[in-house]
Design a protein around this ligand. Structure first.
Ligand SMILES: Cc1ncc(C[n+]2csc(CCO)c2C)c(N)n1
Length: 235
Protein backbone atom coordinates (compact mmCIF):
# COMPACT_ATOMS: atom_id res chain seq x y z
CA UNK A 1 0.00 0.00 0.00
CA UNK A 2 1.32 3.42 -0.92
CA UNK A 3 0.66 6.79 0.68
CA UNK A 4 -2.63 7.19 2.53
CA UNK A 5 -4.83 10.16 1.55
CA UNK A 6 -5.47 10.83 5.25
CA UNK A 7 -2.97 11.90 7.90
CA UNK A 8 -2.62 9.74 11.03
CA UNK A 9 -4.94 10.91 13.78
CA UNK A 10 -7.39 12.70 11.46
CA UNK A 11 -10.96 12.03 12.50
CA UNK A 12 -14.38 12.60 10.97
CA UNK A 13 -16.50 11.13 8.21
CA UNK A 14 -14.23 12.05 5.29
CA UNK A 15 -11.10 10.81 7.09
CA UNK A 16 -12.87 7.48 7.54
CA UNK A 17 -13.86 7.43 3.87
CA UNK A 18 -10.28 8.18 2.79
CA UNK A 19 -8.93 5.42 5.01
CA UNK A 20 -11.53 2.84 4.01
CA UNK A 21 -11.10 3.48 0.29
CA UNK A 22 -7.36 4.12 0.15
CA UNK A 23 -7.12 1.20 -2.31
CA UNK A 24 -9.00 3.31 -4.90
CA UNK A 25 -6.65 6.26 -4.39
CA UNK A 26 -3.80 3.81 -4.96
CA UNK A 27 -5.45 2.46 -8.14
CA UNK A 28 -5.83 6.07 -9.30
CA UNK A 29 -2.14 6.79 -8.65
CA UNK A 30 -0.88 3.61 -10.24
CA UNK A 31 -3.04 3.76 -13.36
CA UNK A 32 -0.88 3.73 -16.54
CA UNK A 33 -2.34 7.06 -17.67
CA UNK A 34 -1.27 8.85 -14.48
CA UNK A 35 2.03 7.00 -14.66
CA UNK A 36 2.38 8.40 -18.17
CA UNK A 37 1.66 11.88 -16.83
CA UNK A 38 4.37 11.28 -14.21
CA UNK A 39 6.90 9.96 -16.69
CA UNK A 40 6.01 12.24 -19.58
CA UNK A 41 5.40 9.22 -21.77
CA UNK A 42 1.78 9.51 -22.95
CA UNK A 43 0.82 9.31 -26.59
CA UNK A 44 -0.47 12.52 -28.12
CA UNK A 45 -3.91 11.00 -28.86
CA UNK A 46 -4.29 9.89 -25.23
CA UNK A 47 -3.57 13.41 -23.99
CA UNK A 48 -6.01 14.88 -26.49
CA UNK A 49 -8.70 12.38 -25.59
CA UNK A 50 -8.31 13.38 -21.95
CA UNK A 51 -8.46 17.13 -22.58
CA UNK A 52 -11.52 16.89 -24.83
CA UNK A 53 -13.43 14.84 -22.28
CA UNK A 54 -12.20 16.75 -19.24
CA UNK A 55 -13.40 20.06 -20.64
CA UNK A 56 -16.89 18.57 -20.83
CA UNK A 57 -16.48 17.08 -17.37
CA UNK A 58 -15.61 20.48 -15.89
CA UNK A 59 -18.68 22.02 -17.52
CA UNK A 60 -20.82 19.35 -15.87
CA UNK A 61 -19.00 19.87 -12.56
CA UNK A 62 -19.94 23.55 -12.63
CA UNK A 63 -23.58 22.58 -13.30
CA UNK A 64 -23.46 20.29 -10.26
CA UNK A 65 -22.26 23.23 -8.17
CA UNK A 66 -25.38 24.95 -9.51
CA UNK A 67 -27.43 22.05 -8.12
CA UNK A 68 -25.55 22.62 -4.85
CA UNK A 69 -26.63 26.26 -4.89
CA UNK A 70 -30.23 25.12 -5.28
CA UNK A 71 -29.87 22.76 -2.28
CA UNK A 72 -28.03 25.32 -0.11
CA UNK A 73 -29.83 25.98 3.18
CA UNK A 74 -28.07 29.30 3.81
CA UNK A 75 -25.63 31.93 2.53
CA UNK A 76 -22.56 30.14 3.89
CA UNK A 77 -23.28 27.17 1.66
CA UNK A 78 -24.14 29.43 -1.26
CA UNK A 79 -20.80 31.18 -0.92
CA UNK A 80 -19.02 27.83 -1.02
CA UNK A 81 -20.67 26.79 -4.28
CA UNK A 82 -20.51 30.26 -5.78
CA UNK A 83 -16.77 30.59 -5.09
CA UNK A 84 -16.20 27.09 -6.44
CA UNK A 85 -17.89 27.96 -9.71
CA UNK A 86 -15.75 31.11 -10.07
CA UNK A 87 -12.53 29.23 -9.42
CA UNK A 88 -13.29 26.44 -11.88
CA UNK A 89 -14.37 28.83 -14.62
CA UNK A 90 -11.37 31.10 -14.11
CA UNK A 91 -8.57 28.65 -13.32
CA UNK A 92 -9.10 25.03 -14.17
CA UNK A 93 -8.42 25.47 -17.90
CA UNK A 94 -4.81 26.34 -17.01
CA UNK A 95 -4.20 22.69 -16.19
CA UNK A 96 -5.20 21.78 -19.73
CA UNK A 97 -2.85 24.28 -21.35
CA UNK A 98 0.27 22.24 -20.63
CA UNK A 99 -1.44 19.21 -22.15
CA UNK A 100 -2.50 21.10 -25.26
CA UNK A 101 1.04 22.46 -25.66
CA UNK A 102 2.40 18.89 -25.47
CA UNK A 103 -0.06 17.79 -28.17
CA UNK A 104 0.67 20.88 -30.26
CA UNK A 105 -2.95 22.03 -30.51
CA UNK A 106 -4.97 25.01 -29.32
CA UNK A 107 -7.57 24.57 -26.58
CA UNK A 108 -10.31 25.09 -29.17
CA UNK A 109 -8.92 22.31 -31.35
CA UNK A 110 -8.86 19.95 -28.36
CA UNK A 111 -12.62 20.14 -27.81
CA UNK A 112 -14.55 16.87 -28.07
CA UNK A 113 -17.99 16.99 -29.65
CA UNK A 114 -19.25 13.88 -27.88
CA UNK A 115 -18.84 12.49 -24.39
CA UNK A 116 -17.20 9.06 -24.18
CA UNK A 117 -19.10 6.40 -22.17
CA UNK A 118 -17.06 6.68 -18.95
CA UNK A 119 -17.14 10.49 -18.87
CA UNK A 120 -20.87 10.41 -19.56
CA UNK A 121 -21.40 7.89 -16.77
CA UNK A 122 -19.37 9.94 -14.24
CA UNK A 123 -21.32 13.08 -15.13
CA UNK A 124 -24.66 11.25 -14.86
CA UNK A 125 -23.65 9.95 -11.44
CA UNK A 126 -22.74 13.41 -10.11
CA UNK A 127 -25.89 14.92 -11.59
CA UNK A 128 -28.09 12.25 -9.98
CA UNK A 129 -26.38 12.97 -6.64
CA UNK A 130 -27.39 16.61 -7.12
CA UNK A 131 -31.02 15.49 -6.96
CA UNK A 132 -30.47 13.71 -3.65
CA UNK A 133 -29.36 15.58 -0.49
CA UNK A 134 -26.61 18.17 -0.05
CA UNK A 135 -24.54 15.51 1.72
CA UNK A 136 -24.85 13.00 -1.10
CA UNK A 137 -24.00 15.65 -3.70
CA UNK A 138 -20.94 16.82 -1.82
CA UNK A 139 -19.80 13.22 -1.28
CA UNK A 140 -20.02 12.62 -5.06
CA UNK A 141 -18.06 15.82 -5.77
CA UNK A 142 -15.26 15.25 -3.24
CA UNK A 143 -13.10 12.62 -5.02
CA UNK A 144 -12.51 15.05 -7.89
CA UNK A 145 -10.33 17.53 -5.96
CA UNK A 146 -9.14 14.97 -3.41
CA UNK A 147 -7.61 12.44 -5.82
CA UNK A 148 -5.94 15.10 -8.01
CA UNK A 149 -4.49 17.19 -5.19
CA UNK A 150 -3.34 14.14 -3.26
CA UNK A 151 -1.67 12.61 -6.33
CA UNK A 152 0.05 15.87 -7.24
CA UNK A 153 1.30 16.43 -3.68
CA UNK A 154 2.57 12.84 -3.59
CA UNK A 155 4.36 12.99 -6.93
CA UNK A 156 5.94 16.41 -6.46
CA UNK A 157 6.84 15.49 -2.87
CA UNK A 158 8.87 12.48 -4.01
CA UNK A 159 11.38 14.55 -5.99
CA UNK A 160 11.58 18.15 -7.20
CA UNK A 161 9.67 18.58 -10.45
CA UNK A 162 12.03 18.95 -13.42
CA UNK A 163 11.33 22.35 -15.03
CA UNK A 164 11.62 20.60 -18.41
CA UNK A 165 9.06 17.93 -17.56
CA UNK A 166 6.58 17.88 -20.47
CA UNK A 167 3.65 18.08 -18.04
CA UNK A 168 5.27 20.52 -15.62
CA UNK A 169 2.35 22.97 -15.92
CA UNK A 170 -0.20 20.26 -15.15
CA UNK A 171 1.61 18.94 -12.08
CA UNK A 172 2.48 22.33 -10.66
CA UNK A 173 -1.12 23.46 -11.15
CA UNK A 174 -2.53 20.66 -8.99
CA UNK A 175 0.39 20.70 -6.54
CA UNK A 176 0.09 24.46 -6.05
CA UNK A 177 -1.84 26.41 -3.47
CA UNK A 178 -4.80 26.38 -5.85
CA UNK A 179 -7.67 24.46 -4.34
CA UNK A 180 -5.94 22.99 -1.30
CA UNK A 181 -7.97 25.19 1.05
CA UNK A 182 -11.01 24.38 -1.08
CA UNK A 183 -10.45 20.67 -0.54
CA UNK A 184 -10.11 21.19 3.21
CA UNK A 185 -13.29 23.29 3.20
CA UNK A 186 -15.21 20.65 1.21
CA UNK A 187 -14.16 17.98 3.68
CA UNK A 188 -15.08 20.20 6.63
CA UNK A 189 -18.57 20.88 5.25
CA UNK A 190 -19.11 17.22 4.39
CA UNK A 191 -17.99 16.16 7.87
CA UNK A 192 -20.52 18.60 9.27
CA UNK A 193 -23.47 17.29 7.19
CA UNK A 194 -22.45 13.70 7.89
CA UNK A 195 -22.54 14.35 11.63
CA UNK A 196 -26.15 15.49 11.28
CA UNK A 197 -27.26 12.80 8.79
CA UNK A 198 -28.96 9.54 9.72
CA UNK A 199 -27.41 6.15 8.94
CA UNK A 200 -29.34 5.66 5.67
CA UNK A 201 -28.20 9.00 4.27
CA UNK A 202 -24.63 8.43 5.45
CA UNK A 203 -24.66 5.14 3.58
CA UNK A 204 -25.81 6.86 0.38
CA UNK A 205 -23.06 9.43 0.93
CA UNK A 206 -20.40 6.74 1.18
CA UNK A 207 -21.78 4.97 -1.90
CA UNK A 208 -21.72 8.25 -3.87
CA UNK A 209 -18.13 8.89 -2.77
CA UNK A 210 -16.92 5.39 -3.67
CA UNK A 211 -18.64 5.48 -7.06
CA UNK A 212 -16.91 8.76 -7.89
CA UNK A 213 -13.55 7.30 -6.81
CA UNK A 214 -14.16 4.43 -9.23
CA UNK A 215 -15.08 6.88 -11.98
CA UNK A 216 -11.86 8.85 -11.36
CA UNK A 217 -9.89 5.66 -12.10
CA UNK A 218 -12.12 4.89 -15.09
CA UNK A 219 -11.58 8.37 -16.46
CA UNK A 220 -7.85 7.53 -16.77
CA UNK A 221 -8.73 4.19 -18.33
CA UNK A 222 -11.03 5.96 -20.82
CA UNK A 223 -8.27 8.29 -22.01
CA UNK A 224 -5.62 5.56 -21.90
CA UNK A 225 -7.69 3.25 -24.12
CA UNK A 226 -9.13 6.06 -26.31
CA UNK A 227 -12.59 4.87 -25.32
CA UNK A 228 -15.42 5.66 -27.73
CA UNK A 229 -18.86 4.31 -28.64
CA UNK A 230 -17.72 1.77 -31.23
CA UNK A 231 -19.73 -1.39 -30.46
CA UNK A 232 -17.71 -4.54 -29.75
CA UNK A 233 -17.40 -6.55 -32.96
CA UNK A 234 -18.89 -9.64 -31.33
CA UNK A 235 -16.02 -11.96 -32.24
C1 LIG B 1 -12.12 13.78 -14.19
C2 LIG B 1 -11.52 14.87 -13.37
N1 LIG B 1 -11.50 14.74 -12.04
C3 LIG B 1 -10.96 15.73 -11.28
C4 LIG B 1 -10.42 16.86 -11.86
C5 LIG B 1 -9.82 17.95 -11.04
N2 LIG B 1 -10.73 19.03 -10.77
C6 LIG B 1 -11.78 19.30 -11.55
S1 LIG B 1 -12.72 20.59 -10.95
C7 LIG B 1 -11.74 20.76 -9.62
C8 LIG B 1 -12.04 21.75 -8.57
C9 LIG B 1 -12.98 21.17 -7.58
O1 LIG B 1 -13.14 21.94 -6.46
C10 LIG B 1 -10.68 19.85 -9.65
C11 LIG B 1 -9.62 19.78 -8.64
C12 LIG B 1 -10.45 16.95 -13.26
N3 LIG B 1 -9.96 18.03 -13.89
N4 LIG B 1 -11.00 15.95 -14.00
Amino acid sequence: MGVLPVAPGETGFTAELGRRHADLFEAFYEHPFLKGLREGSLAREQVLHYVGQDYQYLTAYVRCYGLGLALSPDREWMRFFHDGVSVILAEEGHAHEALCAYAGVSYEEAQADRLAPSAQAYINHMTAAGHDTLGVLLAALLPCPWTYLWAAARFTGEAPLDPDHPFHGWWSFYAGAYESDKLARTRELLDRVAAEAGPAERERMERAFVTSCHYEVRFWEMAWSLEDWTPPDGS
